[in-house]
Design a protein around this ligand. Structure first.
Ligand code: UDP
Ligand code: MG
Length: 313
């Protein structure tokens, strides 16, 4: 029988985890009995609550449960990678612990790979119900910008919830970059991907770990990881300014020769200096972003550090 690995990253999910496990088991018994075996891989991403105890409890009563526990919080991207690294299934599903990724869709995703010749199935939420409007607004702008800037297609509303064949998983774990932006990595590896759409579901328990600031940083991450367009933009702005300055110089020389030179126009000069320095700092900032990412990559620090797994029991 084929095996499906379900990778679940968990950060302070003591409330949601038992509910997740229950629902997942229900779906497994209902949709996958005699079709596929399962293994659950829970990644404890340095939780500060009882998440690890709960995972260990599940492990005690169910040998399908495996876990990886980090030495601290490394972030969801690192947790997902650790899960993929640990998985042994012929298919791997990546899911959130809060049931925002409905396990009930799994059978449909599995069938798409089995019968329709897809290599991976991704999910997209078509509504952003239950989300602050301001967040949806910025999310929409972000997807517009990044798709203009990058050759890699980022699907608006795409979730990390997906089911992949082993081959796709192996391709993804071969990408060992430190600054991970999964939506881009999934798209980067290619393969035939089917998109299933569903309505946004709110989390069952606990709270979202994403603040606006965290999301903003994540957006910058996505852009710098998959596009160098900002660098080109700053170069273009630089060139435009040079041309404007050159024309202005010629104009001023002619004006001085024809009309003489009463000392005038210093306020406008001050404004121009401030404006141009602003543009310069902005451009240096952009370069700095890329430089800092490069810096982190070059150090080759591990993407995550494991404190314990179920193997040590
Ligand atoms: N998560 C994680 N590490 C983190 C933050 C989040 O493993 O540092 C997990 C979290 O436990 C959940 C998933 O990533 O299973 C999605 O997080 P959340 O539900 O807070 O994000 P949202 O659904 O609001 O985008
Ligand atoms: Mg969630």
């Amino acid at each position: 029988m084929e095996k499906i690995s379900v990778v679940v990253s968990c950060y302070n999910e003591e409330k949601a985890l038992p509910l997740f496990y229950e629902e997942m088991e229900r779906v497994r018994k209902q949709d996958f009995e005699n079709i596929a075996e399962f293994e659950y891989i829970f990644i404890n991403d340095g939780s500060k609550d009882k998440t690890l105890e709960i995972i260990k409890g599940l492990r005690e009563k169910d040998s399908k449960v495996r876990y990886v526990s980090f030495s601290r919080n490394f972030g969801k991207e690192a947790a997902m990678l650790a899960g993929l690294d640990a998985s042994v299934g012929d298919y791997v599903a990546v899911m959130d612990a809060d049931l925002q990724d409905p396990p009930a869709l799994l059978r449909q995703m599995y069938d798409a790979i089995k019968n329709e010749n897809y290599d991976a199935v991704g999910t997209r939420r078509v509504t952003r119900k239950g989300e602050p409007p301001i967040r949806s607004f910025f999310a929409r702008i972000f997807y517009k910008i990044i798709n203009k800037m990058s050759d890699i297609e980022m699907v608006d509303g795409a979730r990390d919830y997906r089911l992949m064949k082993r081959q796709v998983v192996d391709s993804i774990i071969s990408l060992r970059e430190y600054n991970r932006y999964s939506k881009g990595l999934f798209s980067f590896v290619g393969y035939n991907t089917k998109w299933i759409e569903y309505e946004n579901v709110e989390r069952v328990a606990g709270e979202t770990k994403w603040s606006f600031w965290k999301l903003f940083k994540y957006a910058i991450e996505g852009i710098t990881a998959f596009s160098t367009t900002p660098l080109i933009i700053s170069s273009v702005i630089g060139i435009v300014f040079c041309i404007v300055a050159f024309l202005a110089i010629i104009l001023i020389i002619i004006k001085t020769l024809v009309f003489g030179d009463p000392t005038s126009g210093w306020p406008s000069l001050a404004c121009i200096i401030v404006f141009v320095s602003g543009v310069q700092l902005f451009s240096i900032g952009i370069i700095g972003q890329y430089l800092s990412k490069t810096y982190l990559e070059v150090k080759k620090r591990p993407i995550y550090i494991i404190k314990e797994t179920e193997k040590e029991e």
